[in-house]
Design a protein around this ligand. Structure first.
Ligand code: TYD
Ligand code: MG
Length: 451
């Protein structure tokens, strides 16, 4: 029997090469190619396209296509349902990524518990934990978490056979990296394995109309471990973010075939599982200090406004180059804002260390955060509290390279949210330039000296 052909697949970009390279020819990453064995291809036909000869099929005009509105399976977790676009779609695959310990198993157990409580057939497949461990977690969770049937298994064939026999409406696979397909070489979690596992589960899910929540690990760099092809295969990619040591977590949609990817939900990890945080703005504003270096950013989490505190510390350094530490915002944005502050607004951080932190462990990945970072750093550098000193000052806006302020999405929603918590006026892009915004937000140097 001929040996199945060998290919080398990149774990970062899924590029396929016929021989091994130290550096992937597709994306340039080092040491990402892994050997994979392919099942021998069926005898190829001699059609002009090079594929096997098939029968022609009749395309259908879009207007004649039947598209029944499917009822969504609500998980009963409002924030999760919203990010999903109204609940799980039967027969769809959702990939839930996040670093270890963030709460993926907790969130999926809670969702299944609610669904089981609502009379849905569910199944929790775990290759990571024993049934006893899963039970111990479920005991801490509210609702019908203990009603969920569980299967602790790593063999893909067994899992597929069980799905076929049990026919759940909703199933969780925790995690896709722990399942192993015996037909393929390679350890569980390798590129080929993960792809094969996801592919076979997808096919069964579509045929049997099972909504599947695939849990996936995220690497240190934040990418979903395993091949990117996984992201193409599934209908929906959700990312669970936050820092393990902090209580707040955000759930974001990165891809959604059935809804918007603009949505995000905020959760808090408590003793009894994850709790939705609906009054996140109130909490963050309540916790905000009025000290120099603190401002409130009127951010957008998807279609929802969210007020978060941005803090900065500027302190003398003996390091060359000095430290630039950013938590919750992009490091490159911090570098850009510091450069513009120095060049166009007369606030040079020079050789000082600069630390910027979004309080509560929240991540804000939007250009509207620039102005908050700039004001917090300027306020810290000058040692002057922003605003009138009695309440925090709210702001938003993108900082341009020439020192101008640029508008960002939903200014009216941001301003309204700030006003709701008594933070008015808001310093925004109407100020025109970063220099003007600084004048509006920070009392002059003379006031600082007088204090
Ligand atoms: P887990 O869902 O196991 O994370 P993941 O599956 O993403 O690796 O939960 C992670 C942490 O949450 C764990 O350290 C324990 C904590 N936790 C609580 O604080 N409260 C709870 O009710 C539960 C179930 C877990
Ligand atoms: Mg887990």
């Amino acid at each position: 029997m001929p040996r199945p052909p060998t290919v080398f697949v990149c774990s970062a970009c899924a590029h396929e090469a016929s021989k091994w390279h130290g550096r992937c020819p597709g994306c340039g990453e080092w040491n990402t190619l892994a050997e994979e064995q392919r099942a021998p291809a069926a005898a190829r036909g001699a059609s002009p396209g090079g594929g096997s000869a098939g029968r022609a099929s009749r395309p259908v005009r879009l207007a004649d296509v039947r598209a029944d509105r499917v009822a969504r399976l609500r998980t009963g977790i409002g924030e999760l349902d919203r990010v999903l676009g109204g609940g799980l779609v039967p027969g769809s695959l959702v990939l839930l990524g996040g670093s270890p310990g963030i709460g993926k198993s907790t969130l999926t157990s809670m969702a299944l518990g609610n669904l089981a409580g609502a009379g849905r057939r569910t199944l929790y497949v775990s290759g990571e934990e024993s049934a006893a461990q899963i039970r111990l977690r479920a005991e801490r969770l509210p609702g019908a978490a203990l009603e969920v049937p569980v299967l602790a298994e790593t063999d893909l064939a067994t899992v597929l056979a069980t799905l076929e026999a049990e026919r759940p409406e909703v199933c969780v696979i925790d995690s896709v990296q722990t399942l192993h397909c015996a037909d393929l070489t390679g350890a569980a979690g390798s590129v080929g394995q993960v792809r094969e596992v996801a592919d076979r589960i997808t096919r069964l899910a579509k045929v049997r109309d099972i909504a599947v929540l695939l849990v996936g690990h995220v690497t240190k760099e934040g990418a979903l471990a395993g091949p990117r092809v996984l992201e193409h295969l599934v209908d929906c990619v959700l990312q669970f973010e936050g820092e393990r040591e902090r209580t707040y977590r955000t759930l974001r949609g990165l891809k959604n075939r059935f809804g918007s990817t603009n949505e995000a939900g905020v959760f808090e990890m408590r003793q009894g599982g994850l709790v939705e945080v609906q009054d996140a703005s109130a909490r963050f504003v309540g916790e905000a200090t009025r000290a120099p270096g603190s401002v409130v950013l009127a951010a957008m989490e998807g279609s929802r406004p969210l007020l978060v505190e941005v803090q900065a510390l500027v302190s003398p350094s003996d390091m060359v180059p000095p430290r630039r530490i950013a938590n919750g915002i992009d490091r490159n944005r911090l570098a850009l804002v510091l450069a513009v502050l120095g060049r166009h607004a007369g606030v040079g951080a020079g050789t000082a260390d600069v630390f910027v932190n979004v309080a509560g462990g929240v991540r804000v990945d939007e250009p509207g955060a620039d102005l908050a970072v700039a004001l917090a750093v300027a306020s810290a550098a000058r040692g002057v509290a922003a605003g009138d000193g009695t309440r925090p000052i709210a702001c938003f806006g993108e900082v341009g390279l020439t020192g101008e302020l640029r508008s960002v999405a939903h200014p009216e929603r941001r301003t309204a949210e700030a006003a709701k918590f008594g933070l008015a006026p808001v310093v925004g892009p109407e100020a025109g330039t970063l220099r003007a915004a600084l004048r509006a937000a920070l009392p002059g140097r003379s006031a600082a000296r007088a204090a």
